[in-house]
Design a protein around this ligand. Structure first.
Ligand SMILES: CC(C)(COP(=O)(O)OP(=O)(O)OC[C@H]1O[C@@H](n2cnc3c(N)ncnc32)[C@H](O)[C@@H]1OP(=O)(O)O)[C@@H](O)C(=O)NCCC(=O)NCCS
Length: 170
């Protein structure tokens, strides 16, 4: 099941994120986010969406959220997406559901462009976003240093507004 995240979900979101921070270079953090840091980001999410996927018993098994791509005003209607599942819940279509729901929410909120930055290699994430209609933009080589190695990050994008509509700025 998918639903909007609430403040009560933030410890579960922190725990899922912590796994990827501590064990992989998929997430570029060196320290797992604290619940307080996530609470501040959640409170400041504005038009961005934070969604969680839950198991039959209600436990949070993954989340997807969006954030500003960059700070300056002209980027207001571009959203960068993030999606993380608990490691024992991957490969069963949950990521696809979360990204489809997040895209629908962003389009309804009049965002113009969705962006995914993926530390490479990550075949599951590349497949997920390409199946969801994202196209590759380019790769920053050696842009991140983690676990004693440089890592490349590829970017993918998907336009959210219909191709025949040049949406005016809000
Ligand atoms: C990336 C991630 C969110 C994908 O979610 P998922 O639930 O595992 O993926 P799904 O089962 O929804 O599959 C989505 C598509 O990717 C494909 N896919 C999934 N895992 C794959 C893999 N390891 N290699 C290649 N393709 C894969 C599926 O076949 C599916 O394509 P289809 O619709 O044509 O069948 C999830 O694996 C995850 O949390 N990974 C670790 C964290 C991560 O990498 N987050 C993204 C950071 S950019």
């Amino acid at each position: 099941m998918l639903r909007d995240a609430t403040a009560a979900d933030l410890p579960a979101i922190a725990a899922i994120t912590a796994y990827y921070v501590e064990h992989t270079a998929i997430h570029f953090g060196y320290q797992p986010p604290t619940v307080a840091e996530l609470a501040a980001a959640w409170a400041a999410r504005d038009r961005h969406a934070w969604l969680v996927a839950t198991a039959a018993d209600g436990a949070v098994i993954g989340y997807a959220k969006s954030d500003r791509f960059r700070a300056r005003a002209a980027y207001d209607r571009s959203a960068e997406l993030g999606v993380y599942l608990a490691p024992d819940h991957t490969g069963r279509g949950v990521g696809r559901q979360l990204i489809a729901a997040l895209i629908a929410r962003l389009a309804a909120a009049d965002f113009h462009l969705a962006i995914a930055g993926i530390a490479l290699p990550n075949p599951a994430s590349v497949a997920l976003f390409e199946r969801a209609g994202f196209t590759p933009v380019g790769v920053f080589r050696e842009v991140g240093w983690k676990f004693d190695a440089w890592h490349d990050v590829g970017f993918w994008q998907r336009r959210l507004a219909p191709a025949d509509r040049d949406t005016p700025a809000p």
